[in-house]
Ligand binder design. Structure first.
Ligand code: SAH
Length: 221
């Protein structure tokens, strides 16, 4: 990853500010050194509007336009850690590219990432941003993530950054045997992060606790 662009607003994103975020994530139970290192390296201030740069290293979600948010660093770290610990292969499907922060954190950890976003203007900006950071192992698609991305499946891991009342059936079909899917289930204030393990044609679920995501909306625009 290149960080030329990351020099923007560098005063607000000092080493110490980032260290504080890492300390907080450790306190909350993130253990993987690889994940913590990635969170430290990825310039989160590049993913939010300049007016919000000074808040980029707080452990909170922030608006990114189109009614969407950049995920909270703790959630990005937690979901990345789950994928790292459970995925044996190298092919990841991501639903809800958004501003691309989660994608950037995942990119050096897996060989290939397939990322689907339903809001095209957001996706266009994100592709440009990730390329400016030297991230090239991502394939992007403007589509409704409820359909997954059949062409390149099955996937060793699937990560969904928006909440749905149930797992989209097509995502289960596109999950490799032995693979895992991680996503928030539920509606509005009642959501829970869940891991789905595929063992043959059976699926096991493990609940990881309460979370708050934007909804997985049907259709694209
Ligand atoms: N991964 C982002 C989080 C983005 S917020 C990050 O790192 O910050 C969730 C994203 O999911 C939004 O961009 C939203 O437009 C997208 N989304 C919601 N429903 C979707 C769907 N059905 N298909 C694809 N993307 C969807």
């Amino acid at each position: 990853m290149k960080f030329d662009e990351s020099q923007r607003g560098i005063g607000m994103t000092s080493e110490r500010t980032r260290e504080r975020l890492i300390d907080r994530l450790k306190e909350q139970g993130i253990k993987s050194g690889i994940v913590l290192d990635q969170i430290k390296k990825v310039p989160r201030h590049i993913f939010v509007d300049e007016a919000l740069s000074s808040r980029a290293y707080e452990d909170t979600a922030l608006p990114i336009g189109h009614g969407q948010t950049i995920s909270q660093p703790y959630i990005v770290a937690r979901m990345t850690e789950v994928l790292l610990n459970h995925v044996n292969g190298n092919k990841i499907l991501e639903i809800g590219t958004g501003c691309g922060y989660q994608t950037a954190v995942l990119s050096p950890l897996f060989k290939k990432i397939y990322s689907v976003e339903r809001i095209n203007p957001l996706l266009v900006k994100t592709k440009k941003r990730l390329r400016s950071l030297g991230i090239y192992n991502v394939n992007y698609r403007h589509d409704d993530g409820w359909n997954g991305w059949e062409k390149y499946g099955p996937y060793d891991g699937i990560i969904v950054s928006a909440a749905a009342p149930q797992v989209p059936e097509k995502l289960l079909q596109q999950l490799e045997i032995g693979g895992i899917l991680i996503m928030p289930f539920g509606e509005k204030e009642k959501q829970e992060l869940v891991i789905v393990y595929r063992d043959g044609d059976t699926f096991d679920y493990k609940r990881l606790g309460a979370v708050s995501f934007v909804p997985l909306v049907k259709g694209k625009k």
